[in-house]
Design a protein around this ligand. Structure first.
Ligand SMILES: Cc1cc2nc3c(=O)[nH]c(=O)nc-3n(C[C@H](O)[C@H](O)[C@H](O)COP(=O)(O)OP(=O)(O)OC[C@H]3O[C@@H](n4cnc5c(N)ncnc54)[C@H](O)[C@@H]3O)c2cc1C
Length: 285
């Protein structure tokens, strides 16, 4: 049975490895130039992967890569699947891929900041900004991902301003402590109300809770105000019911973070969802 696994994050990789082990013929499709998904955004050692305390995300990616190679799962990079028709998947560059079953593990994308001028928001990752040495950077958000990005950039001597609409951060204490030691301009109780493209990059209009209006110009503006499922509408036509309840064994199953309630999103859950999807294709109940 030909299985197309769409999304090369932990959930999709797990599904592909399990499918291969169960005697199926999976192919893994990833739209980026590398597998790993959100693992590329993790900078601190991972402390909650059982049996691997303190492992780095980079090592997890390398281990997953070697595992796929070892069990000979074909991996097709730079392929974005955008739709499906009967049992064929359509790719963004006009390609068509035939498969008997599809396991869709798209993960999450950044939540959008809905303000005028939002087209000047950068979609570069923290790693890419570091590689290009872009500075200064304005980060919007107050959770783990916002503070982690602020710390990584400031530690690399990139100018960082951080604006958050609440009076306190929601990020875990480790990030808040790390931030305190860095020269980051922090604006709490302040909201970005408009953005404008300017010669230096992007100018943000920021209004504080007390009504004060400030303007900050940055080379890039990064928005880290939470994440939401990264679903391609063209693929969901293959689902018979609600996306969160795609049934095991259906032609198209959705797995991983995209269908996991926020508190349970984790590597362990992503791996488990891949295993369940693959096994559901062979288990006859
Ligand atoms: C900063 C940060 C820290 C974290 N720390 C931890 C931690 O310490 N412990 C822990 O257990 N978890 C942690 N997580 C969560 C963990 O990384 C996720 O739960 C896990 O990566 C989810 O795996 P996934 O495969 O569902 O999605 P993702 O990792 O998001 O992977 C989805 C993949 O699908 C690809 N894709 C999407 N759509 C398409 C398409 N149409 N065609 C082709 N490819 C597509 C994407 O490019 C991506 O590579 C952290 C996450 C972040 C962001």
């Amino acid at each position: 049975m030909r299985i197309a696994v769409i999304g090369g994050g932990p959930a999709g990789i797990s599904a592909a490895i399990w499918a291969k082990r169960l005697g199926l013929s999976p192919v893994l499709f990833e739209r980026d130039k590398h597998i790993g998904g959100q693992l590329h955004q993790i900078s601190l050692p991972i402390v909650d992967l059982p049996g691997e305390p303190g492992i780095t995300a980079q090592t997890v990616v390398q281990n997953l890569q070697s595992h796929l190679h070892q069990v000979k799962v074909p991996v097709e990079l730079n392929v974005r699947v955008v739709g499906m028709e009967d049992r064929r998947m359509l790719t963004a560059d006009g390609g068509v891929i035939a498969a008997d079953k599809m396991i869709y593990a798209p993960g999450l994308k950044d939540r959008v900041l809905a303000v005028p001028g939002s087209e000047c928001i950068s979609h570069l990752s923290t790693g890419e900004i570091l590689r290009q040495r872009l500075s200064p950077i304005l980060i919007v958000g107050g959770g783990d991902r916002a503070l982690e990005a602020a710390c990584r950039l400031a530690e690399a001597k990139i100018g960082v301003s951080l604006v958050h609409w609440r009076a306190t951060f929601s990020a875990r204490p480790e990030f808040q402590d790390r931030l305190k030691a860095l020269p980051v301009q922090v604006m709490l109780g302040a909201q970005v109300v408009a953005l404008k493209a300017v010669a230096e990059g992007c100018q943000a209009e920021i209004v504080t809770d007390s009504g004060q209006r400030n303007y900050v110009t940055a080379n890039r503006v990064m928005v880290r105000i939470g994440m939401e499922p990264d679903l391609e509408p063209g693929l969901l036509v293959g689902l018979h019911g609600d996306i969160a309840n795609s049934q095991p064994g259906e032609d198209l199953m959705v797995i991983g973070d995209a269908v996991t309630p926020a508190p349970y999103r984790s590597l362990v859950e992503a791996y488990a969802s891949g295993m369940r999807a693959a096994k559901s294709l062979v288990i006859k109940e």
